[in-house]
Design a protein around this ligand. Structure first.
Ligand SMILES: Cc1cc2nc3c(=O)[nH]c(=O)nc-3n(C[C@H](O)[C@H](O)[C@H](O)COP(=O)(O)O)c2cc1C
Length: 346
């Protein structure tokens, strides 16, 4: 039986994301504009640094998650199995890719369940797009089905207006999104997180989403995967303006974090988080945890689950060194340090 259009698109996305053409070329994640304040009087005992933290009341070993990527194809099942194994070994959360395919047919249910079958007890996040939420006649039941399918601990709604706008078969009409999101948030048995896919969430957008009831914001800003570039390449076009569209991850984290004075929510930094320095800076700017997608997929394809585990461990060795040098023996302390803007150093 031929694959559905949604499945075919997911296959294209995986294949294209294995090429470097899909990353931002000019716009960065912005973290290079910040530096750590070296603390010469550190008394931190390196081996006793505690990297553990919590997400929605669940203890995890690192402030990091494997971002939502795939599902809905047989290739996705294999990828999800291996990603989940890595998440299990590291005791960190993992998201599944858009569950849209599961709304269309039961054929690839197992590609999503591959995550819970291999992730052990780590938090697992479901995922659905803003377009599906906006057009749903029964958003509460729809979300319940997706949560139940993977016994999700939280549900992500991804907002991808730029991608929908540039995709040939895209659905950029999000009219009704906030109303339906509010219904979902009221009825969902698990916390709902709003997430971009690489163009960033501004403070203004985050405020609207928090007012609708979301309990988490994953800013997913620029500097990593450009979904405009992915869709333009898919349709044989180029457009350097939209390929570089969006808000840098560091800007989103810093400004959305200002909303924490009035709202309780989990702030996730993603979008071009490609090393331990990015992770540490994102936490220092206010994120509760950071997350990565494409770099993890590339590592998985090259070196399997073990490669992913080694990569993330190496990042957190860097984070530990930074914590030692800034006088932080736990993640809460790292979240409270002030970064220096590069211009202020001279
Ligand atoms: C192959 C691939 C598939 C993705 N599919 C989804 C998806 O289904 N839902 C979603 O919310 N984000 C999806 N994303 C976006 C990522 O979760 C992330 O927000 C974005 O790629 C930016 O992070 P990065 O720069 O670390 O790649 C996908 C990313 C990749 C690389």
């Amino acid at each position: 039986m031929p694959e559905s259009k949604t499945s075919e698109r997911k296959k294209d996305h995986i294949e294209l994301c294995l090429q470097d053409k899909v990353s931002y070329k000019i716009k960065t994640n912005g973290f290079e504009n910040y530096d750590f304040e070296h603390y010469a009087a550190t008394e931190v005992e390196f081996d006793k640094i505690d990297l553990s933290t919590e997400i929605f009341g669940r203890k995890i070993s690192l402030p990091f998650m494997i971002s939502c990527m795939t599902g809905g194809t047989s290739e996705a099942k294999k990828i999800n199995e291996k990603l989940a194994l890595a998440a299990n070994i590291l005791n960190i959360p993992i998201g599944v890719g858009s569950q849209r395919q599961a709304l269309e047919s039961k054929k690839h249910y197992s590609s999503y369940r591959a995550v819970i079958n291999n992730a052990g007890k780590v938090p697992v996040l479901g995922n659905i797009g803003a377009a599906q939420v906006a057009m749903s006649k029964n958003p509460a039941d729809q979300i319940k089905l997706l949560i139940d399918l993977i016994e999700a601990d939280a549900m992500v709604v991804h907002l991808n207006p730029l991608q929908e706008l540039l995709q040939n078969e895209g659905e950029p009409d999000f009219n009704g999104l906030l109303k339906n999101l509010e219904i979902i948030c009221k009825n969902s048995p698990v916390p709902v997180i709003a997430k971009e896919v690489g163009s960033g969430i501004s403070k203004k957008a985050a405020k609207k989403l928090l007012d609708a009831g979301v309990k988490g914001i994953d800013v997913a800003g620029t500097g990593g995967t450009s979904w405009a570039a992915v869709e333009l390449i898919r349709s044989g076009q180029t457009d350097t303006f939209f390929s570089e569209w969006g808000l840098p991850t560091s800007y989103c984290v810093r400004t959305v974090n200002e909303l924490k004075s009035k709202n309780k929510f989990t702030l996730i930094a993603s979008g071009g988080i490609n090393n331990g320095v990015d992770v540490a800076k994102s936490l220092a700017l206010g994120a509760d945890l950071s997350a990565s997608a494409r770099i993890i997929l590339l590592e998985l394809m090259n070196n399997g689950s073990e490669g992913v585990v080694s990569l993330i461990k190496s990042w957190f060795l860097t984070v530990k060194k930074i914590m030692y040098l800034t006088g932080c023996n736990n993640i809460n302390k790292l979240k409270k340090i002030e970064l220096i803007r590069k211009g202020e150093l001279f």
